[in-house]
Design a binder for this molecule. Structure first.
Ligand SMILES: C[S@@+](CC[C@H](N)C(=O)[O-])C[C@H]1O[C@@H](n2cnc3c(N)ncnc32)[C@H](O)[C@@H]1O
Length: 150
């Protein structure tokens, strides 16, 4: 169903998600995950990440995916030359990512942490930070990311 808001049309699921995320008192993101309200979730890795990984174009070393959700991109990028940390502060998202990836053959090259991006202190810097649709506070995100990258 489409909802009119000004001149913009929103899918009702997206609209509901935006309401939840915008409401600080409800633990918005966690509520979205608990209700299965995850319209951003592709159900597979971001195509450009697969392409860059397969063509050897991504930096090696340590990679971070903040707000990783179900973790598809984390698993897709992880390999013997690249260790990937997937970060999400939602308990439900973290559980889902761990469960989905539990039998991945490359499981020794990634980990999922339940942490808040804005307060977490990484023990080491990263060579690559990849974000896809985690744009809730882009200004803060950029500042924090620059601080952590080599
Ligand atoms: C729009 S979803 C994108 C998920 C994933 N990147 C994807 O494309 O499927 C944003 C994710 O960021 C997480 N998130 C939001 N704020 C966060 C924060 N401050 N620290 C860690 N994770 C956060 C939410 O729980 C949610 O899973």
């Amino acid at each position: 169903m489409l909802i009119e808001e000004g001149s913009v049309q929103f899918n009702s699921e997206v609209h509901r998600m935006q309401q939840l995320v915008g409401d600080e008192t409800s633990g918005g993101w966690e509520s979205c995950w608990e209700q299965g309200l995850t319209p951003w979730d592709l159900g597979h890795p971001t195509p450009i990440i697969l392409h860059l990984h397969q063509t050897g174009a991504l930096p090696k070393g340590r990679a971070l995916v903040p707000g990783c959700g179900s973790g598809y991109d984390v698993v897709a990028m992880a390999c013997s030359e690249r260790y990937v940390v997937g970060l999400d502060f939602s308990h439900t998202a973290n559980e889902k990512a761990v469960e989905l990836s539990s039998s991945s053959p490359n499981s020794s090259y990634f980990t999922f942490l339940k942490e808040d991006f804005f307060t977490w202190q990484p023990p080491e810097l990263f060579d690559l930070i990849f974000d896809y649709t985690y744009v809730s506070q882009p200004g803060n995100m950029l500042v924090s990311s620059v601080r952590w990258v080599v």
